[in-house]
Design a protein around this ligand. Structure first.
Ligand code: SF4
Length: 227
């Protein structure tokens, strides 16, 4: 590791087992108690360089939960998920899908920002399987507490965290998948992460966005059917 690399979390602990968040998760379904405890989590190395833990937010009894990958640069600074550019796109898509944005829970599979430093910029790094596994106890605890009727996995990391590696986003998107889990819900739907739409070339972005809205409408319809 060069001296400069010491600032770069991507160069630390690669390939090592993380102890995981389980020891930090209190036995409670109180979301504010979970949020407070998560602020002190050291279940993997990502806490060292990120600004803060970014716990979920929204309606405590939401019928729909949306799970992303990890906080981005803006979310890390502000301490709330989906408040940056991808979050704004997601809110727009939620509105177009006819979902009440005040009746959802939004969170991430990994609660700390993983990044690499390039000059003065912090560049997003996809979390590894070890980070997803380490952080899973927080995601499980908040989903058990909220107990949504449907969980939307936004992108591959959330899909992997909740449904394993056999579900593929592009192959299996836009349909309700029923799974027996201990997470307080049996219904999942996978779709792309809104940041993927922001990265889509201009010519293809409208159709990519329309596909996201279409997937979210399937989730909205599932909620309506459930009553
Ligand atoms: S990423 Fe998750 S497991 Fe790792 S320190 Fe942060 S809250 Fe804990």
């Amino acid at each position: 590791m060069s001296p400069d690399d010491s600032r770069d979390p991507a160069h630390r602990d690669n390939g090592h087992e993380a102890a995981g968040a389980a020891a930090f998760v209190p036995e409670t379904e109180d979301l504010e108690a979970l949020r407070a405890a998560a602020a002190d989590c050291q279940g993997c190395e990502l806490f060292r360089d990120a600004t803060q833990t970014v716990f979920g937010r929204g309606a405590p009894r939401a019928r729909l939960a949306l799970v992303g990958e990890q906080p981005g640069d803006v979310e890390d600074e502000r301490g709330a998920p989906f408040v940056g550019p991808a979050g704004r796109l997601l809110v727009q898509a939620i509105d177009e899908a006819g979902i009440d944005r005040d009746q959802i829970w939004v969170t991430n599979a990994v609660k700390h920002f993983r990044f690499t430093v390039r000059g003065t910029r912090r560049i997003h790094q996809t979390p590894d399987a070890v980070h997803i596994a380490a952080c899973k106890p927080w995601l499980s605890a908040e989903l058990r507490s909220v107990a949504p009727d449907v969980v939307v996995c936004l992108g591959a990391t959330a899909t992997r965290a909740l449904l394993g590696t056999t579900v593929r986003v592009m192959r299996d998107r836009g349909v309700v998948l029923e799974r027996d889990t201990s997470l307080g819900t049996k219904r999942f739907l996978v779709t792309v992460h809104p940041s993927a739409i922001l990265r889509t070339p201009d010519a293809d972005r409208p159709s990519a966005y329309a596909a996201l809205v279409s997937d979210l409408r399937v989730a909205a319809a599932a909620l309506q059917l459930l009553g």
